[in-house]
Design a protein around this ligand. Structure first.
Ligand code: B12
Ligand code: SF4
Length: 453
């Protein structure tokens, strides 16, 4: 059972594909696509599994707890194994919630051993094993993917996620730690990926893809090979976006990517103050970031930059530094900006020390990065919220006269006239109705809208 709207439950699909190669049958039920517990019960009874595996990020851990209880009610002697990001970070949670076993890290190899040889008798928490050659996992079958393709139109708007590698050489303090994700990048071969894309295109007519690897451009020779091979397919007019990281790639590579259909590159800038960047473990500086932004901008690919506000040791001034840097990068390189609040998540290095440097707000934690739940001691709640709003509006505003820029124009005016209540009402009214009409609203716009309310 897994989670993930707009994205396939890849972790589970890869496990299923690997188990099939070993002649073990698995059924996936994704709660993000199908919330109905009656459906789940029906599927459970029909499939009548000996072993149920449950996957969860921290956001979904409480749902996992609920499911364990339900499965016990439906069939008490089912063996329940939990895995995934949350239980890798906090394996004891799994046992406390009532699971029989916890598998940490990558699941394919260990789950196969578990199914083949039976559960171990001497331990409840089982360490996952790394797959060194990712192509050992057979390519996902279109039949396995079909249940998650609810609307091709939506996928083409939102992008169909694909994964071509695992791992990241960095260790940012708000992201998965090295303990969780053993170092060393592993890649699928480009042929494996291009074949997969080709199948998705011909089977589902999907043409817009988001490569969700932590940093796709990390190995230029591989990116070039991808571009060359994808161009051969590109009669179908395929579009791609992906992540880059400051200091990787160059203008020539980005131009090559543009010609292969890359229309957007996302980059975690995270901060506009070098000291905080160092504390975050970003291993970069503002100068390096700006250089990479310039290279991407010169290539003609759109830039979408991501920031995190409220890291440990921040002050009101450093929060403003980030927003000012974002506005600068927006003006100079036409980059759009998205601001998250720091969410100290289990599995991230900052999780263990967050309380030393700040406090959690006294409300239920959602773990969603757009909700403020943690504030460093030297930052005021009012300031961080106000600055995020400033960044979301001024870091995305391009003037009123381009396509749906009109809506951003209203947000901008609303921001500038925020103390005049009747103007505020009019703007909110117009904003709301325009937002309802424009169903092609980008995520950034939606957030610009939400925070304006
Ligand atoms: C793509 C992605 C998304 C996508 C899709 C998520 C999805 N369906 O998987 C989208 C954009 C939707 C997304 C959203 C969010 N994400 Co996200 N996402 C990722 C990313 C970059 C890749 C996930 C992935 O596909 N990995 C590849 C597969 C192969 O690995 P895997 O899923 O971990 O599965 C393997 C193992 O974990 C294990 N396993 C998994 N399940 C099970 C189950 C069993 C029984 C067993 C035995 C083993 C097992 O075996 C699998 C195969 O080896 C990760 C970072 C990362 N590098 O993992 C962050 C990450 C998972 N996301 C994260 C977060 C915080 C979020 C959001 C909360 C962000 C937000 N909006 O505020 C939302 C939550 C959305 C939701 N509805 O719950 C965090 C989670 C941290 C935590 N402690 O929970 C991560 C780790 C990034 C980070 N900050 O470090 N995300
Ligand atoms: S934030 Fe990005 S660069 Fe940093 S560790 Fe996570 S995936 Fe790697």
């Amino acid at each position: 059972m897994g989670i993930g709207k707009w994205a396939l439950p890849y972790g589970l699909l890869f496990i299923k594909s690997y188990l099939r190669k070993k002649n073990i049958d698995a059924f996936i039920f994704d709660r993000e696509f199908n919330q109905d517990l009656n459906n789940l019960k029906r599927s459970f009874i029909e499939f009548n599994p000996e072993v149920v595996g449950i996957s969860a990020m921290t956001l979904q851990a409480s749902d996992a707890k609920k499911l364990i209880k339900l499965i016990r009610e439906w069939k008490n002697n089912t063996i329940i194994v939990v895995g995934g990001i949350h239980f890798t970070a906090k394996p004891n949670d799994g046992l406390e919630y009532g699971a029989d076993y916890v598998i940490t890290g990558e699941g394919e190899i260990v789950l196969h051993k578990f199914m083949n040889e039976g559960p171990p008798i001497d331990k409840k928490i089982i360490q996952g094993e790394i797959i060194s050659n990712l192509d050992d996992i057979p390519m996902l079958r279109m039949d396995d993917i079909r249940p998650f393709i609810s609307s091709v139109e939506e996928y083409n708007k939102q992008s169909f996620h694909i994964i071509t590698a695992r791992g990241c050489p960095y260790n940012c303090n708000f992201c998965l730690s090295r303990e969780q994700r053993p170092r060393g990048l592993r890649y699928h071969s480009i042929d494996y990926i291009v074949n997969f894309i080709n199948k998705i295109v011909s089977e589902f007519k999907i043409n817009t893809f988001f490569i969700t690897d932590d940093i796709f451009v990390i190995k230029p020779s591989r990116v070039k090979e991808f571009c060359e091979k994808i161009k051969i397919l590109n009669s179908n007019n395929l579009h791609f976006s992906c992540f880059s990281h400051a200091g990787h790639g160059n203008t020539e590579l980005y131009k090559e990517m543009l010609s292969a259909g890359f229309y957007k590159i996302k980059m975690g800038v995270e901060h506009g103050n070098d000291e905080i960047l160092a504390i975050m473990g970003k291993n970069t500086t503002k100068v390096k970031i700006e250089k990479t932004c310039e290279q991407i901008y010169k290539s003609g690919i759109n830039l979408h930059l991501l920031y995190v506000l409220g890291n440990i040791k921040e002050t009101n001034e450093t929060i403003s530094d980030t927003v000012n840097f974002a506005i600068h990068l927006h003006k100079k390189y036409k980059a759009s900006s998205f601001f998250s609040y720091l969410q100290p998540l289990p599995g991230a290095p900052v999780y263990k020390i967050a309380k030393r440097y700040g406090e959690y707000l006294p409300k239920k934690r959602t773990y969603e990065s757009t909700y403020l739940s943690y504030v460093p001691f030297d930052v005021s709640v009012k300031h961080i919220i106000k600055e995020r709003r400033r960044g979301m509006i001024l870091g995305n505003y391009n003037g009123p006269f381009k396509s749906y820029e009109l809506i951003k124009f209203f947000a901008f005016l609303r921001y500038k006239t925020k103390n005049i209540w009747w103007l505020k009402r009019i703007f909110l009214f117009l904003l709301h109705h325009i937002a309802l009409k424009l169903d092609n609203l980008s995520r950034v716009l939606k957030h610009a809208f939400i925070i304006t309310v």
